[in-house]
Design a protein around this ligand. Sequence first.
Ligand code: C2E
Ligand code: CA
Ligand code: CA
Length: 731
Amino acid sequence: MNQNKAYPTTVLIVDDSPANIVSMQAILSPLGCGLIAASDGEEALNLLLEADVSLLLLDVNMPGMDGYEVAELVLSNSRTRHIPIIFVTATDPHDVDILKGYDIGCVDFISKPVNPLLLQSKVRVLLEIVSSRERLRQVNTELSNAKNYYSSILSSAAEGILVVGLDGYVSFANHAAGKILRCRESELLGLSFVSMITPVGNPPPTWDQSIFSRKPHNNVSFRLYDALISVPNGTPIPVSLSCARLPGPTAGMVAVFQDISVTKTLQQQLQQQAISDPLTGLLNRSGFQKQLYDALERAKRLNTKLAVIYMDLDGFKRINDTFGHDKGDQLLREVARRLSEVKRSYDALARLGGDEFTMVLDNLKHSEDAARIAQKLLEALKPPYLIDDIKLTVPASLGLANFPNAGETADELMQAADMAMYEAKSQGHNLYRFYDENMEGKARTRLLLEQSLREGIELEEFYLTYQPQICLKTFKLRGVEALLRWNHTNAGEMLPGEFIPLLEETGLIVPLGRWIIEQACGEFSQLLPELRQYSGSEEPILAINISTRQFNERLLIDDLNKSLERHNLMSSQLELEITETSLMQDEDYAATQLHKARALGIKIAIDDFGTGYSSLAYLKLFPIDVLKIDRLFISNIHESQKDEAIARSIVQLGHNLQLDIIAEGIEDLHQHHWAVDTRVDIGQGFLFAKPAPHHLLADVIKKLDHNLPKTTDGNKPPTAPTTIVEKTSSE
Ligand code: C2E
Ligand code: CA
Ligand code: CA
């Protein structure tokens, strides 16, 4: 809008005398306005309708319509009403005429003959007025357009907009503000702004004290990303809010806010997801840590006790491997459900991943209360799980750490509970243990040993030795048992008793076990031609020890089969030595594994028989070929009549069930004679030979064979190998 721009003006001259028209045009032309003319009233009215006339110079005395009549018509028409009229009259106007003219609405009179200067200045002044009035009208239109424009913006904005006066009360609200706050816009007017916003103060501060009155200044807007806004008795709505000072004399502040309910809900859902375990709905690791921190803060403040429980299912991995992840997941959900039932409402329960669960027992009166809960948890987990008609028993191990005794921080407590859990696991199934300081030392040693075990595997420090087994009827070589050795860089030669349990616990026995199978088959197959020289008509047998963890590996039988094929061995040459404990864990599973092995023709020996549960039921239940009487019985045969009686009945029992019996740990001639007399089928022990690595084995066996009594017929009473002791003791 340019206010200085001259408005184009046009003067209409109405006169019945052409000379008058010409003279007036000449007088007015220097003014630069448009000039048009009409010679009578009718023509003038037509021109007025067509052109945009700014000023009318109207002759009073004209034939036909006189000036007054024309003026009356002009002023009665809304389109032309605003046009100023100057009457031009030849005669000196009487007062009456003048009054009549002013009555009608004319603005001025000028008499003929026209004084040019007077006419010019009158017309100039009037045109200026017309021009200003026109400019004003334009500005008005523009202003009202702008007003409509801005108010349509305000009312169609999705954000709520409030104007707050210097007094702190709402003086304007747009449509969206009402919609967001679920009320009419008018209800918002006059409300105190600070009392509408929740996180600002409780009780709300006065307007002058509020951040809104102090913060938004110098054109810098002030934001609250997370506020609640409400009307009296209304529901608080989560909003993000920005406030800016209003410039100019209106002053006050404009507050723009956006409803963030949806974002908020989503955010809450995400937060919930971030701290919970999708499988079980329990807390996850970070959720648990947060709860533990909070509980610790509380316990420190209120001087109360709490305990952390670490739980681990025994043998879960095997269930996962055997029955698939679906079943594994079902089981974990069921475990979570059982644990949740025992948990008190304010205890935090979490699954950290895999089969590891943790719990915070908050607000304990006595540390012993934790033991009660631990026992309840174990009881809850004890009954078998029925997963798709499959009955599974999954024992658990629990470790407990008390605050403040076992540690003061979340990390310390978790570590202590974890250690206690390991201790519980190492002592059996379905046990809980409290953390005590001795565990630290044990754990450190374990950790060091575990590290060097890994290194040992990498550096190929493990190797196999083979101990011969002798048929006690023919005194021929029956086969060899593969026994693991570890040639440790610093510690030197290590025996399996020192490291096998840890290999089991860490699961390292699985990869190493695979290596053992492959290595034993390879070395045994290389030695076969020589071994055959001493084994008579029977094919020599390779016995391999299979640990519980290994036995539980689904792929064990496949691995065995592959190694047999790779090294051209018959499956009937392979014997697996398994302990009763391995069979006990899950009878159905054990039976499946054993039948798979048996189907291939692999033999099964029960190792250390007599020391474990020695359940006779197992002997019937599983496809077994051999019983190995534990070394303890053999070494006690001459001292303990009881042991001798047990050993003797094992032999009888085994024979009744058509099993072969091996006596292991035969160290002297007495034991040897006892074995022969009792009709033990096979003997193994230092008396015959100590375990030897494969490159020495042929020599060892050759020497052994040399010292063994020669029989041509198995029924002939054997002669004691009197010279064996001296000849094989040099190892
Ligand atoms: P085991 O299966 O009962 O093995 C027999 C153990 O008795 C061997 O000990 C052997 O050296 C020892 N032995 C044999 N004859 C005599 C004797 O006359 N007197 C005495 N005092 N000992 C005798 P080793 O090699 O120390 O193995 C100990 C245990 O470690 C084994 O007991 C077995 O349970 C385990 N083991 C050994 N090698 C392996 C393996 O490759 N895999 C697995 N999973 N376990 C193994
Ligand atoms: Ca064995
Ligand atoms: Ca044994």
